[in-house]
Design a protein around this ligand. Structure first.
Ligand SMILES: [Zn+2]
Length: 93
């Protein structure tokens, strides 16, 4: 039986089955759970980066693709530009 190093706990162990990579089943589970966690956080980070790119793209639209003074942008985003709440109340059910 060859001597192996467990990739999870880094301890040497005697390999039972030829495809055994971990000293215990727990180490195997821990290792794969850690891999899943890394993949999960990787995905989360990509989602955040994507959302930020979308937000920047939206700001570009507000800006008309060019750099306008902040006051002008705020003017375009004023609540008055939105439909008034009364318009929603008159909605026919
Ligand atoms: Zn181990």
């Amino acid at each position: 039986m060859p001597e192996m190093i467990c990739p999870q706990c880094k301890k040497p162990f005697r390999q039972g089955k030829h495809n055994q990579r971990f000293c215990t089943l727990k180490c195997k589970d821990d290792f794969h759970n850690a891999e899943k966690m890394v993949a999960y956080y990787q995905r989360k980070r990509e989602e955040v980066e994507e959302a930020e790119e979308r937000r920047e793209a939206r700001l570009e639209v507000v800006n008309g693709g060019e750099r306008k003074p902040l006051s002008e942008i705020l003017e375009a985003l004023k609540p008055e530009a939105l439909p008034k709440p009364e318009q929603f109340k008159r909605r026919a059910w």
